[in-house]
Design a protein around this ligand. Sequence first.
Ligand code: HEM
Length: 327
Amino acid sequence: MAAPLAAEASSLKLGYYKKTCRGWENVVKYHVAKAIKANRGVGAALVRLIFHDCFVRGCDASVLLDPTPWNPHTEKTAPINIGLAGFELIDEIKAALEERCPGTVSCSDIVVFAARDASSLLSNGHVHFDPPAGRLDGTVSLAADAQRDLPDSTFTIGELIRNFRRKNFTIEELVILSGAHAVGVGHCSSFRGRLTAPPSQIVPEYRNLLSAKCAAGPDPVVPNNVRDENPAAVAASFPSFVKKLRKFSFLDNSYYHNNQARIVTFNSDWQLLTEKEARGHVKEYADNGTLWDEDFSEALVKLSKLPMPPHSKGEIRKHCRVVNDHY
Ligand code: HEM
C-alpha cells in the first residue's frame, strides 16, 4: 500500500492531472451536469459541501468519511452538518475516475471541482473559475472539529466575523460567500428563532410563510430563497411575492435583495445587516450582480486553497467514504 504523503498547499497547481488523468475534469462535469439536470438541489448541496469540507482541516475530504466502529463521530455526524448531501454523487464520480485512472484523483479535488461545476451550472455560467488541483485526502475526521470551525446560523455578526477571520477570510468575503444561500434548502430547526423575530428582522408575511411550512412536520426543509417556494404557499402567506417566483433555482445576487428586504431564512443572514461594513457590502452586491459573480468565484478559489493542518499526512483515497488503511 502507498505510504501517506505530507500534505502541502504549495503543491496545488493548475492542470495537475494533465499527464496522469487527462480529461478528468470532463468526467466530473458530466456527472454533475447529469445530476443537476435531474435535481437542481444536488447542485446546492455541492456548493455547501466545499465550504463544509474546506473550513474544517482544510480541503481534505474529511467531511466525506463515514462513521465506523473505530471512529464513530466523523465530521458528517456533527449537528452543524445537518442536511449535508451530495455524497452519492461524489461516490459516483470517484468510481468513474477510479476506472479511468486508478489511485490518481483525490476525493478532495473531486469536492472542489464538483462545487465549481455546480456553481457554474446553477448560475448559467456566470460563476466560473479555474481552481488548482493536487489536494490530498486526510485521514482524520472529527465531529468536534466541525462543531468548532463551522459557523452556526444562530451566530451574531461578531461571532461570524471572528469565525471567518480565523480562516483568514474578511468581512467582505463573509458577505460574498453568504450569497450562496440564494440556492438550496434549510431545515426549520436551523431558523426556529426567526419564527418569533420582530418585523425589523423578518418581514411578517415571510415569517408567516415559514411558520406555516414548519408546522407541516417535525423538522421539514424549506427553500433558502423565497423565489424557489411553491406558488400555493406564497399565494397563501405572501401574495405580493408571487410575481417574483422562478421556475427553477438559480445562483445569483438575489440573496442580497432578499436580505435588504428582510426575507432571508437564517439569523446569520440577517446579522449581516447589523454591522456597517457588512451592510455596505450587502448593498454593493445587491446593486451589482456581475461583481458578485466575479467576487464569489474568487472567494471559492480562496476557499479551495485552505490547507490541511501543518504536518498532516494525506493520501489518495480509493473510496471517498473510508481511509485506505480500512478499505
Ligand atoms: C456565513 C455563515 C454560514 C452559516 C451560518 C450557514 C448556515 C447554513 C445552514 C444552517 C444551512 C441549512 C442546513 C439545514 O438546515 O439543512 C445552510 C445551507 C446552505 N449553505 Fe450555508 N451557512 C453559511 C455559509 C455558507 C457558505 C460560505 C456557503 C458556500 C459558499 C454556504 C452554502 C450553503 C448552501 C448552498 C446551502 C443549501 C444546501 C442544500 O440545499 O443542500 N453557506 N447554511
